[in-house]
Design a binder for this molecule. Sequence first.
Ligand code: GLU
Length: 498
Amino acid sequence: MTVRTRIAPSPTGDPHVGLAYVALVNYCFARKANGAFILRIEDTDQTRSTHASEQAILEALHWLGLQWDEGPDVGGPHGPYRQTERSALYQKYAQQLLDQGDAFKCFCSPERLEAVRNAQRAAKQPTHYDGHCLDLSAQEVAAKEKAGEPYVIRMNVPSAGVCIVKDLRRDPIEIEWPTVDMQVLLKSDGMPTYHLANVVDDHLMEITHVIRGEEWLSSAPKHLLLYRYFGWPAPQLLHLPLLRNPDHSKLSKRKNPTGILFYKAMGYLPEALLNFLGLLAVPTPEGEEMMDLPTMVGRFDIAHISLGGPVFDIPKLDWLNGRYLRERLDLNGFEERVQRWGFDSDRLRRIATLAQPRIARLSDLGPLLSFFFAGRLSLTPELIRDGKLDEETLRKVLAIARWNLDDIGDWNITTIETALRSVAAILGRKFRDIVRPLYVAVTGSAESVPLYDSIELLGRDLTRERLRHALQLIGTPSAAEEKAWRALSAPATPAGVG
Ligand code: GLU
């Protein structure tokens, strides 16, 4: 049997360092077994998936140097590797389950489902589908379909018995079938949910080992049941513990930068970041903490994966990165990295275009432009506050700007301008009244080169981090504030079944 592993990211945001960790483990395991490592893009959630996010995933994984053997950009014998290009397949398999009696059509409206959930919450029960459409007769189903009622396809779940989930690093886990939800497999628009698409693809792509984050452990019973319904052998499962902050809370972007590309923008070397992640998964002999990728592959052993939350310890990453910069690069290599990081000729030309009309002496360049070549800026609360806005508005400006920038698909001056102007509109202010704190947060000064260009050139990851840092200095919003402020700009909830 050839070992085949995969990563299956959904392009719904910035590629997270957790993806890098899971990818590294999948890569090491496959390479050690002379197997194949595959990249599949799980983009069936069309409201949240973006092309920009898929591009960012490819950029981040390429930068890390974890080369895959099959994937959307390199092709392969089991393609396509992007799920939206495979939708006919999922429909076929959903139909098979319907024909076998292992799935059913559900016509419940979103309002009914919401009412059921509310009643379950009020009764302090876990929320789940109540089986309302299970007993519809063939005639009733046909009549509803004829009347054009939208429906989803849900999977049947045994009403008794237990499911046993075997994980390569855990004791078998027993889960009572009645606690497993009758999962939607195909939505009313004909698109599959994650569960159906994931199982069908892992099977058709001949994945032998599914190695993924622990957050998917609770989905395993549904997946195992689907394998059983289809009569397919299930792959072996390994659920990796989630990365943690040093205080053992979950690594989340509210508290810390979590994007792989943030670490690129900050000037970490990919080999140092991989090495750092490898220390969380690969045993190291005393004093041999620096390992390149082939060494990690050689040392990799699933039996050594610890289930205790691995800590994403930034001081340790800094220490390791410093060693790579000092010990693993000769002067030419160092120069080349410096150039690639921040001084390539296109970027320098654009920065020069911004600077030229704004200086009297060349020596003004340093203070004017240093923010382009820095990570976090040394700001003070006084500098951020020194303007016309009251404290609450100031905090709202920084928070909403960050969310709006997060939502941008294609990152360019026009989309950045729209995102920032909409902050003013949301708060009912003139744009010129809110621009000062944005300048200070992003460039470190109330007057600088043009803001939209600066933000575009700095990139999403550093901009986000600077806004987060500025906000932290004057008061990160509480959960209640965040909810209220997000509601100011939230679009209406879309209607539709499933
Ligand atoms: N699309 C899922 C994700 O975004 C994949 C989970 C899995 O590996 O099964 O992480």
